[in-house]
Design a protein around this ligand. Structure first.
Ligand code: FES
Length: 61
């Protein structure tokens, strides 16, 4: 599934960027060698970041 249609960034690429240390949408774009254009995907990226943070928090408990 595509998260960013402008750049063709898939959900698995976003998750890989987050797993590699991206903590903000701008860092996800950088990791994917892309630039934000319409920015409609930023909310979805933030949701994935939040999900990953919660998963790490539960894993640490
Ligand atoms: S959908 Fe990602 S910049 Fe447009």
């Amino acid at each position: 599934m595509y998260v960013c249609n402008c750049n063709g960034i898939r959900e698995r690429e976003v998750r890989a960027a987050v797993a590699s240390g991206a903590t903000r949408p701008s860092e996800i774009f950088r990791a994917c060698d892309a630039q934000p254009q319409c920015a409609r995907c930023v909310c979805d990226m933030r949701e994935i970041l939040q999900e990953q943070r919660q998963a790490l928090r539960y894993a640490a408990e």
